[in-house]
Design a protein around this ligand. Structure first.
Ligand SMILES: Nc1ncnc2c1ncn2[C@@H]1O[C@H](COP(=O)(O)OP(=O)(O)OP(=O)(O)O)[C@@H](O)[C@H]1O
Length: 253
């Protein structure tokens, strides 16, 4: 069981001598095992929202709750994957995963076993001893996902994780993510600029306006989803409806 609740969130950043409000009254609950994508124009606050949910960014008002309990910072209940490759270059793929586990207090022998299991999960069981510099972008993101999942969080927070990948690799990564999501019953918050990706992956798409939640679209397409579905009129119609909300004039507050 893992629900993530963002309640009445308020966030500002300093702007010269004043404050610029970037999130205003955000209310959003991700239900257990729900896959929710967050989309919206550049600068509307998606990454800030995800960083707050991760416990990496402070906020002035509201609350972030995991299963009803307020969070006070990053925690093992939430795994995070960013767009930029965040592997430590002086550690191998396996050591990157083990490093996160050791930091969480896992005994060395167990670290090795769990790292191997998670390399297998992302189909990199034969690449564990390679250095990040020897891995493709897609492989690096697979290690980052393995690392984020290695301490068994029930919530996965992903900020444009496939944004830097080519179309083919991106599609393979989307399929892998869905497999993992189904197997591990994760609750996922997924920030993306790619509306087709959001429709393809999600149970629900949340469109942000400037610092606010503009609208929400349930994705009622059946699972498992197939590639041909992207030609389905329902799929295309939803894509257009989401896109037309993003193109609305920006809110002024
Ligand atoms: N550390 C910071 N200091 C000051 N302003 C910031 C900081 N981080 C973000 N901002 C501002 O907050 C607003 C929201 O930024 P955020 O990165 O959350 O938007 P976004 O929707 O994720 O954008 P993009 O889609 O381009 O990644 C922007 O106006 C940005 O300039």
């Amino acid at each position: 069981m893992a629900t993530l609740t963002l309640s009445k969130l308020e966030k500002s950043f300093p702007l010269g001598k004043t404050q610029r409000r970037v999130l205003h009254g955000i209310d959003l609950t991700l239900n257990d095992n729900e896959f929710v994508s967050i989309v919206g124009a550049s600068g509307c606050g998606k990454s800030t929202l995800l960083s707050i949910a991760a416990g990496l960014e402070e906020f002035e008002g509201g609350d972030v709750l995991v299963d009803g309990r307020s969070i006070t910072g990053p925690g093992l209940d939430r795994g995070v994957v960013f767009q930029s490759y965040t592997l430590l270059p002086w550690l191998t793929a396996r050591q990157n995963i083990e490093f996160a586990l050791k930091a969480a207090g896992t005994p060395a022998k167990q670290c090795r076993e769990i790292a191997q299991q998670h390399l297998e999960l992302v189909r990199l069981e034969n690449a564990g001893d390679r250095w990040p510099g020897e891995l493709s972008g897609g492989m690096k993101q697979r290690v980052a996902i393995a690392r984020a999942l290695s301490y068994r969080p029930k919530i996965l927070l992903m900020d444009e994780p496939f944004g830097a990948l080519d179309a083919m690799t991106r599609h393979q990564m989307q399929q892998l993510l869905i497999e993992i999501w189904e197997k591990h019953r994760l609750t996922v918050m997924f920030v993306t600029h790619d509306i087709e990706e959001a429709v393809w992956l999600s149970d629900r798409i949340v469109v942000m306006g400037q610092g606010v939640i503009d609208s929400t679209f349930p994705v009622n397409l059946p699972r498992p989803r197939h590639e041909e579905m992207s030609r389905d009129p329902e799929f295309i119609d939803l894509q257009h409806r989401v896109l037309s909300r993003i193109r609305q004039p920006l809110a002024t507050h």
